[in-house]
Design a protein around this ligand. Structure first.
Ligand code: DGT
Ligand code: CA
Ligand code: CA
Length: 574
């Protein structure tokens, strides 16, 4: 990768920032800044300039020392002086520099006078009124610091897994093509299939790191390079997502993968267990004394500490280590275990495709059955079905079932649960359906007692089959409504009905902990796409990720059953 003038300028400016925080000689600081400006304004790449047999020291503001540093960066991509300065400075300090209004002088004062290293510490100090007393700060500055940090922290918000995947997948494909790269895996919360991720943690196994690092910081989508080193670099993508990249050797790849998959709580618990066995475990391997005994693969790491392999989705230190010790880990459900889908819409309400198109797409996805569950009349924005339109749709589905090969349509409805727990359509028509999916689409702000009572009443209805998206949350837009979910789960068991895990990436509702609770109570979960178009069945991958985080096995999931088994289970509720 070519080194651009701007790359060198960024390094010099960072050196100047760090020197300024350290109150170094002002002439030295200014020399770096001037050199950075010279390079950026040259109108010609330094590398080309040098090929014309010209001397760097002829450039304005570039003396012998800086010329040598430019040459070093051109040759190696790095600058030793910067690496040294970074090591000597708390990592968060450069983070502080990214906050508007905070120059190196102010960061210096905050660091030396108030021992503040991170934006979070600064926010606390500003809110406590400790900042405005420093020289160079006033009440006004303190107020704007609070606003600026809050905006800065907002930027670091978590993003949905599906969005992260849109950025991770092409980046992984790009890195895989770099010469000498052996493997590329996204670890962290992304690999644990958490519904949102804070940042991406990418691991690369390669004999040499420099080509990988160069390729990484020059990726098209890079907005900012936060750091570039030999084993670790960090960038911010244009969408604001931070990506950490670590390059590790083959014999450490498994240990690094294990470490950076986390979670942190899981790692800490496993490290304690290893210590009890007089072993040391870190991101490079498992060690007995100075000797590495495992680390090339994740499996070898587990084996060395006497545990069976624990799937990433379970690694939250919520009982998985104890279960592994007793050889009682669940055999987690997989996408291929699903045999159908119990929640889908067509263009009769707010979907985009005809029922026939939806059926054909479900069959192409490998399904045996698909339930059509339109909205009911109370949901007017979705043009919900009244009794008359539902009866017509029932006839249409009977006709389609006679015609379609290799897939069976089930007749259903996504029925609004009204404020008092009544269902939105009369019993006579509900009795004609294969299943009734009940859902809350209004009055999200009832008290906990009222909201819980409302849902329990609906579940008591003789035709009620399945509670859709039980908590009502929409990631990034709407919090879950306040409801006693453990009571709802226990009630579902008594009543013999089911709960949904809605796979829409901004719902992923039921939450993982409640999936686990439902499993313990013996309540079956239906992992449904809630498809509104033929492309939405793909979302089931995210639903399965969430189901696995909830410890669900094939037997715990309603729609892993064959059609004939399913029909029996549905009849029990009606
Ligand atoms: P995120 O990014 O907030 O969605 O969550 P993670 O789990 O990806 O966390 P992240 O990116 O801060 O770190 C990645 C992994 O690195 C984390 O899951 C476990 C490991 N890790 C990070 N910090 C520590 C630590 O202080 N101790 C240990 N044992 N592991 C850590
Ligand atoms: Ca992460
Ligand atoms: Ca990270």
């Amino acid at each position: 990768m070519p080194v651009h003038n701007n790359d060198i300028a960024i390094i010099f400016n960072e050196i100047a920032d760090l020197l300024e925080i350290e109150s170094a000689n002002p002439f030295r600081i200014r020399a770096y800044r001037n050199a950075a400006r010279t390079l950026q304004g040259m109108g010609q790449e330094v590398s080309v300039y040098l090929k014309q047999e010209k001397a760097l020291t002829d450039l304005p503001g570039i003396g012998k020392d800086l010329a040598a540093k430019i040459q070093e960066i051109l040759d190696t991509g790095h600058c030793q002086s910067l690496e040294k300065l970074r090591k000597a400075t708390p990592a968060g300090l450069t983070d502080l520099l990214h906050i508007p209004g905070l120059g190196p002088k102010r960061v210096h004062a905050l660091y030396h006078e108030l021992d503040i290293h991170t934006p979070e510490q600064l926010l606390r100090a500003a809110k406590d009124g400790r900042v405005h007393t420093l020289p160079g700060f006033g009440i006004k500055t303190e107020q704007s610091i609070i606003a600026d940090i809050e905006a800065h922290i907002q930027q670091k918000q978590r993003i949905k897994l599906v969005t992260a995947a849109q950025y991770a997948e092409p980046l992984v494909a790009y890195l895989e093509k770099v010469h000498g790269v052996d493997r590329v895996i996204v670890a962290g919360s992304y690999r644990r299939r958490k519904e949102t991720v804070g940042d991406l943690d990418i691991l690369v196994s390669a004999a040499k790191s420099d080509k990988v690092m160069d390729a990484f910081v020059h990726y098209d989508e890079v907005h900012e390079v936060l750091s570039k080193g030999t084993t670790r670099s960090t960038i911010i993508l244009r969408n604001g997502l931070q990506v950490d990249l670590r390059v590790v050797s083959k014999q450490s790849f498994g240990a690094a993968l294990y470490y950076f998959t986390g979670s942190k709580a899981h790692n800490i618990a496993v490290r304690r267990r290893a210590q009890q066995r007089k072993l040391k475990i870190n991101e490079y391997g498992v060690y007995k004394g100075d000797k590495q005994i495992a680390g090339a693969t994740e499996e070898s790491v587990f084996e060395s500490i006497g545990l069976p392999y624990i799937p990433p989705e379970l690694r939250e230190n919520t009982g998985e280590i104890e279960a592994a010790e007793k050889h009682q880990l669940p055999k987690l459900v997989e996408l291929k275990d699903l045999r159908g889908d119990l929640h889908a819409h067509s263009k009769a309400t707010d979907g985009h495709n005809s029922i026939k198109e939806m059926a054909e797409a479900a069959r192409a996805f490998g399904f045996e059955y698909l339930a059509i569950t339109e909205h009911s009349r109370h949901l007017t924005v979705a043009h919900g079905l009244d009794e008359k339109r539902l009866r017509k749709q029932i006839e249409e589905i009977d006709r389609l079932n006679a015609e379609l090969q290799g897939i069976t349509l089930l007749k259903g409805i996504e029925l609004d649960i009204l404020e008092d727990g009544q269902l939105d359509l009369p019993d006579a028509v509900l009795a004609k359906l294969d299943l009734v999916v009940g859902a809350v689409h209004s009055k999200f702000h009832l008290s906990r007692a009222k909201q819980t009572e409302r849902i329990l009443r609906a579940m008591d209805h003789p035709h009620f089959t399945l509670l859709a998206h039980p908590s009502g949350r929409l990631l990034e837009t709407r919090d879950a409504y306040d409801v006693d979910m453990s009571r709802i789960i226990r009630h579902a068991r008594q009543r013999g009905c089911y709960l949904e895990l809605n796979a829409q990436p901004d719902r992923l509702d039921l939450l993982d902990t409640y999936c686990h609770m439902a499993k313990d109570e013996g309540v079956l979960i239906s992992v449904d796409s809630d498809a509104h178009s033929i492309n939405d069945f793909r979302n089931l991958e995210y639903g399965i990720g969430q189901a696995r985080r909830g410890w669900l096995e094939k037997a715990d999931v309603l729609n892993t059953r064959s059609l004939s088994q399913l029909r029996k289970l549905l009849k029990q509720t009606m």
